[in-house]
Design a protein. Sequence first.
Length: 241
Amino acid sequence: MAKAKASPKKKAAAAAKAPLPQRIKRWVVRGMLGLAGFFLLWIIVYSVIAPPITPYMIGERRVLGEVEYEWADAEDISPMVLAAVVAAEDANFCQHWGFDVGAIRAAIEEGADRGASTITQQVVKNAFLWHGRSWLRKALEASMTPVVELLWSKRRILEVYVNIAEFDEGIFGVAAAARHHFGVGPDELTEVQAARLAMVLPSPKLRSASNPTNRERARTASILDGAHTIRKDGRADCFRN
């Protein structure tokens, strides 16, 4: 004879009588699954909708009182901006799945002063998380980066990156930066201007796109050369129209 199934009330009562460590484990698992589901939905939403604001923007607004943020679709941005940012920040952007193993290995060999974050990792940090070096943030970033790579196109990742990156204190997005630094729209930027915007990353509060030092001009020229190189050798193919 088949056993009668326990009613929901009996199951709940049995769960309530479970040992405390077992109940805590169950709550932790449910909490982690809920958090994973929340971030997954958030990532899916941002794959088609422009982020209205980011945690970092909120923090900067509290400090500065106000920030400038203007979204521009990739089609309305000078193609050189995208190429220059990749050349400056992540030349192997089209060739990795979110983590540049070669850059990580080089960073370990050269010491902690050398960064190895890819553009995808920076998008995850800027769009969904907070700045800082806590292990929790790093763990979330590491787990979310492959999901973004899986669900977003490379062009979308780059589009979001240039739109939520800070290009001067309180100036977010390439559209706001183009108007702030050069008085033009994001589609009107010259190659040099595009490279100058890429040059300020990832230290926009320490560098100036509109009033660069000699060292920053040299860095701009290097980025411009790199942008032309990756467009010729195919490393820009994944985000071109």
